[in-house]
Design a binder for this molecule. Structure first.
Ligand code: NAD
Length: 279
């Protein structure tokens, strides 16, 4: 069975409309999201446009501040600080990746914990590690929503996460652990990736390598979540060899139309929740 991320994200977004409207009435303004876009990476521009469009669709106010690729560290930090102090915004995010000369950590540190709707801050990641209430990074949160919406139980299951980035792999592993799965995290230095993956009841691929996960690495009946986004001959594909793996998996996400739409939906949810918490 294919997990329809687009449909599940649509249900989340529909539910957010009423919630955002009710909250907006109490606040006397719309729930607001500010996005900082630095440089002219075409993929980043597309992602930011999608986020803006999604905000508008559910009734959130959003604004993008675009800075040139050669902006100084100080100017970039000041721009983020200004948005962080702006009462119109409940959430602030900086679109990554940044131009190479900029110090990402220092720029992101200008986003206060309460407005960190990407969930990338040390405080949010730390709270997630401790199992405390926090704002969870959008992509791994979206994966958890997909699993829940598809009726996948995690307690006692073996989950294998391939990829250990701070934005996907690590928070993903912590969420699965907090949901009582037994979790293995694999990465570029892992020996015997195939054997590790074969043990997975739930396999999450978040690497960025087309067809890294082949059918011989997947246990019959496993749930396979493909986070990867790769462009091959102008087509978007994930990290999983979908045609062959879908023959073995009990549930699988496609690319596109799987995890991607959930990431944007979770950003909207995180922003509405940030506004609710601030109130
Ligand atoms: P990243 O480059 O920061 O991390 C990649 C991880 O993969 C690293 O931890 C690395 O150790 C591991 N890795 C690399 N080669 C490997 C190999 N041969 N075997 C096992 N592990 C290997 O990437 P990221 O930001 O975590 O993103 C991962 C993928 O997910 C990318 O394709 C990205 O485009 C995609 N992504 C999708 C969404 C979405 O909304 N669908 C959101 C974020 C990222």
């Amino acid at each position: 069975m294919i997990i329809d991320g687009k449909a599940i994200a649509g249900i989340v977004r529909e539910g957010l409309k009423a919630r955002a409207a009710a909250l907006g009435a109490r606040l006397g303004r719309k729930v607001g999201l500010a996005v900082v876009l630095i440089g002219d990476d075409p993929a980043s521009a597309v992602y930011v446009r999608n986020k803006m469009r999604a905000c508008e669709e559910v009734g959130l106010f959003s604004e993008t501040v675009s800075l040139p690729a050669d902006v100084s560290q100080g100017e970039a930090e000041r721009a983020v600080s200004l948005l962080a102090e702006d009462a119109r915004f409940d959430g602030v995010l900086v679109q990554l990746p940044l131009p190479a000369h900029l110090d990402e950590r220092r720029i992101l540190s200008r986003i206060p914990f309460a407005k960190d709707v990407d969930g990338f801050s040390a405080e949010n990641l730390g709270r997630l590690a401790k199992g405390e209430p926090c704002c969870v990074a959008c992509t791994p949160r979206g994966v958890m929503e997909l699993l829940q919406a598809s009726g996948v139980s995690l307690a006692g299951k073996h989950a294998v996460v391939v990829g250990r980035s701070n934005v996907v792999g690590k928070p993903m592993a912590m969420l699965l652990l907090n949901a009582d799965a037994t979790v293995t995290v694999c990465h570029s230095k892992t020996r015997g990736l195939k054997e590790e993956c074969l043990r997975a009841d739930v396999l999450v691929a978040a690497v960025g390598r087309p067809a890294l996960i082949t059918a011989d690495m997947v246990k019959q009946g496993a749930v396979v979540i493909d986070v990867g986004i790769n462009r091959v001959d102008g087509k978007l594909v994930g990290d999983v060899d979908f045609p062959a793996v879908s023959e073995k998996a009990s549930l699988i996400t496609p690319v596109p139309g799987g995890v991607g739409p959930m990431t944007v939906a979770m950003l909207l949810l995180n922003t509405v929740e940030a506004a609710e918490r601030a109130r």
